[in-house]
Design a protein around this ligand. Structure first.
Ligand SMILES: Nc1ncnc2c1ncn2[C@@H]1O[C@H](COP(=O)(O)OP(=O)(O)OP(=O)(O)O)[C@@H](O)[C@H]1O
Length: 796
């Protein structure tokens, strides 16, 4: 057969990476014209060497950065991210060419480039074979016919560019990379959760979101709610960043959509730990990224209304919050991953946990399972070398099946076991052995599974996606000047475990907020208690706890016990069209604007009374906060009312049968108050006092909370009543705001697999820019010679 590439015995190469797959004479389209040379495909790279008496150019393309090959002539594919490396001014006469696509690192973290490299071989058959074989080498684990990526696209994530990102970047890369997909554009919050929970996903090879972390959080929670979840436990998940924070994408070194799309094409996966969070209501949520409480949670949730600013919203509002630092009462109980006594996570905890066995990251992880599969793959590559009649090394469906549904049982269950038996509140002696307790006041508690919580916030450089631990990063009782460097710096080397930022690796933890918040720094010093039943460990200088009644600086502000998950913050940009990551029902704009204007009239007039709706203002509780507890926030308390009229005027919202009034303390309180379940009438909260009066509902009753003691809305109240929460106690799970209250979290090690790029070095995951470069035209002077089946290049 004319032009048949010469094959070399694979056994001639001892190093796996040098496993030779194919070689043929091929000319490279270049700016210098068509250069004749030899093209060689190794398992880990494509090498082209010029054969010329005048020069010896070489091109090495790492397989890590190659994501597709087409029969297209040079220069055909051109879109924003693509630069055509090959010359286009050549006359292209034959159809014996093919083009290879690579993604290239770009200096300084800038958008990576996609390059094309076009070759001309001797026959059409040969170019077709090259294309097919290259696809095998690019994605050795899956054949095209086995691929169907379920893509969820959130059109409103981040700066609302997800659709454009998909159309202009992701789709072309999927097309070039022969990656079939099914696109689902999310219609509302919860859409992806419901789809992932209820639909048959068996035809999909992976589930990918074009969005931020919030949508992946939804998908994860939908999947883990499935009764047939075990069937899907190896379904790879993936993220193509188009959101605000994009913390997971950053941690996986796929910050640019191009990189993430290439990662999806290449279908490499790694194990990912999941945190299971059991809320006070008994509800379990799963998160892959983080739980935050205090400063960071407030920044994320309270800045919801600033989404127009993109990721800058976090910086802008972060500065505001940092300057007005809050301190939160609470206790953090944790089970250390490394026990100080036996230097490893002791068997005792596992025993205590009812036989729960967590795999170490080194043995029974999905990662290792995949490694074993890779071993099988290596064997497959070790089969007789490809030939023309059977050019491709395809993996049998069986091998594919092994990859997707490993026959090893996961070593974890979905149900928390390390914290399950622990009764709350924690009382003296009730913690299992080896648990430790840290008392607040905290500025913040971050529990993270990844180094980066957003593209520009490195929370913990020690965190790893599958080390079977949760990294706890907390600050207590520090000044804004102490925590500012940690919050602002892009590297944390200088701040961890000193300067007031502590980092502990834990298997599980329990956060018990006491519902106390202050803007004053406590005089108390840090203390760590081995266990609450060890009085000797107690520090007489200890900070406020839930039992502290007499603190001069801490006041109850919480409204514990509410279990609705729908939360909407109203910010200072109230009245704008806003979207919340967790709001299920839209806040009627009229309510927002009237509350706002009502507020301003109130503040302007300083009447302290109510406006036009004719309601009686709720009385200020006698033990209301003194103004100085809010320092600059409050000069004079204000009161605001919401009447049925406001809601009823909006045709989209059913006229409420009730009247409500509430009191607010300050503009800051207005900015930080949360409305939950606003589809029900007059669901509004504010300050530390709440009064809801039902005057038109049969069996009308009054709900009053004072001093943090909440009364549930009466049963007669429609739709379960108003669920109210002040965000001073909100916990943020992967960006989802959940109720205030004690929360139990533990690590479900290596529970799912995540699509990650081949260039990710997990041990260096806190660093970026690891994408290998394509070495193009680095002229190396030398001579190329061939002896039988061996091609050798000698440097001069
Ligand atoms: N069609 C939609 N309309 C309104 N909200 C939606 C829609 N689809 C999804 N959502 C909600 O948007 C929320 C946030 O989206 P996403 O995570 O994609 O963006 P983000 O918050 O900007 O990014 P990040 O989480 O990285 O900060 C999701 O939790 C989801 O509930």
């Amino acid at each position: 057969m004319p032009g048949a590439p010469e094959l070399i015995d694979v056994m001639a190469f001892s190093n796996d990476d040098n496993l030779l797959m194919m070689r043929s004479t091929a000319s490279l389209y270049s700016s210098q014209g068509l250069l004749s040379g030899m093209l060689t495909l190794y398992r880990n790279r494509l090498l082209w060497s010029e054969v010329s008496s005048r020069s010896s150019n070489m091109l090495t393309i790492s397989m890590d950065v190659m994501f597709g090959a087409t029969l297209s002539p040079p220069g055909k594919f051109k879109f924003k991210s693509f630069e055509t490396a090959s010359a286009t001014n050549l006359s292209i006469e034959s159809s014996t060419h093919f083009t290879v696509y690579t993604i290239m690192a770009h200096e300084g973290g800038k958008r990576p480039l996609c390059d094309t490299w076009s070759f001309k071989v001797e026959s059409e058959e040969e170019s077709a074979m090259w294309v097919e074989l290259l696809h095998c080498a690019i994605r050795p684990k899956l054949a095209e016919e086995d691929i169907n990526v379920l893509v969820f696209l959130n059109p409103v994530s981040g700066k609302r560019k997800a659709t454009k990102v998909f159309e202009t970047i992701v789709k072309p890369i999927f097309d070039i990379g022969c990656t079939p997909y099914t696109l689902k554009v999310t219609e509302s919050p919860g859409f992806a959760t419901e789809f992932a929970e209820k639909e048959d996903l068996s035809s999909f090879s992976s589930v990918v979101v074009v969005s931020g972390d919030g949508l992946l959080h939804e998908v994860l929670n939908g999947l883990l709610r499935r009764t047939d979840w075990p069937k899907y436990k190896s379904l790879p998940l993936g993220v193509i960043p188009a959101g605000t924070g994009n913390g997971l994408a950053k941690s996986l070194d796929i910050i640019w959509p191009e990189q993430a799309a290439v990662a999806v094409v290449k279908a490499d996966v790694r194990a990912l730990d999941i945190m299971s969070a059991t809320l006070a209501s008994g509800l379990t949520k799963y998160c892959f990224l983080s739980m935050t409480w205090g400063l960071l949670a407030d920044i994320d949730i309270e800045s919801e209304t600033m989404r127009w600013a993109g990721s800058a919203r976090l910086d802008l509002y972060g500065t505001v919050r940092l300057m007005n630092l809050r301190y939160y009462g609470g206790r953090l109980h944790y089970l250390p991953a490394v026990d100080s006594e036996d230097n490893e996570f002791g068997a005792a905890q596992r025993q205590d946990a009812g036989g729960f066995v967590q795999p170490s990251s080194n043995n029974s992880s999905i990662l290792n399972m995949l490694d074993r599969t890779n071993q099988g793959l290596d064997d497959a590559w070790g089969l007789p070398p490809p030939s023309f009649s059977s050019p491709l090394v395809r993996h049998s469906p069986k091998l594919m099946q092994n990859y997707l549904t490993p026959n090893i049982q996961p070593a974890v269950t979905l149900h928390p076991t390390l914290t399950a038996g622990i009764q709350l509140p924690i009382t003296e002696g009730s913690l299992p052995p080896r648990w430790k307790t840290i008392e607040g006041p905290f500025v913040q508690v971050i529990a993270t599974n990844v180094p980066w919580l957003s593209t520009d916030f490195l929370a913990c450089q020690n965190a790893r996606i599958s080390d079977s631990t949760i990294d706890l990063v907390y600050s207590r009782n520090v000044s804004k000047w102490q925590i500012m460097p940690y919050m602002a710096s892009s590297t944390k080397d200088n701040y961890m475990n000193k300067d007031g930022v502590e980092n502990i690796k834990a298997r599980a933890f329990i956060l018990e907020p006491t519902g106390l918040r202050t803007t004053s720094r406590s005089e108390s010093s840090h203390r760590e208690i081995q266990n609450l039943d060890q009085p000797a460990a107690k520090d007489t200088n200890s900070s406020n706890t839930s039992n502290d009644k007499g603190s001069s600086t801490m006041r109850p502000l919480s409204v514990p016990g509410f279990n609705s998950l729908r939360i909407k913050t109203i910010g200072k940009v109230i009245g704008r069209s806003t979207r919340s990551s967790s709001l299920q029902a839209p806040v009627p704009a009229r309510v927002r604007s009237e509350v706002y204007s009502s507020y301003h009239q109130q503040t302007a007039g300083r009447t302290g009374g109510l406006l036009a709706q004719g309601l009686t203002p709720p009385p200020m509780a006698p033990d209301s906060l003194s103004d100085n507890q809010f320092r600059r926030d409050t000069e004079s308390p204000v009161e605001i009312s919401v009447s049925p009229k406001m809601v009823g005027d909006n045709k989209a919202v059913p006229r409420p049968p009730a009247q409500a009034a509430f009191s607010l303390r300050s503009e800051t309180e207005l900015a930080s108050m949360a409305i939950m379940d606003v589809a029900t009438p007059s669901a509004t909260a504010g300050g530390n006092k709440l009064n809801i009066t039902h005057s038109t509902v049969p069996g009308a009753s009054q709900v009053t909370t004072a001093n943090g003691r909440a009364a549930e809305a009466p049963a007669e109240y429609p739709a379960g009543g108003c669920k109210l929460v002040g965000n001073h106690g909100i916990v943020d799970l992967d960006g989802e705001a959940v109720e205030l209250g004690p929360i139990k979290i533990e690590c479900l090690a290596n529970l799912v697999s995540i699509i990650s790029p081949p260039w990710l070095d997990e041990s260096q995951a806190a660093k970026v820019g690891t994408l290998p470069k394509t070495k193009a035209f680095e002229p190396i002077k030398g001579s190329l010679s061939r002896e039988g089946s061996v091609l050798s290049f000698t440097n001069i």
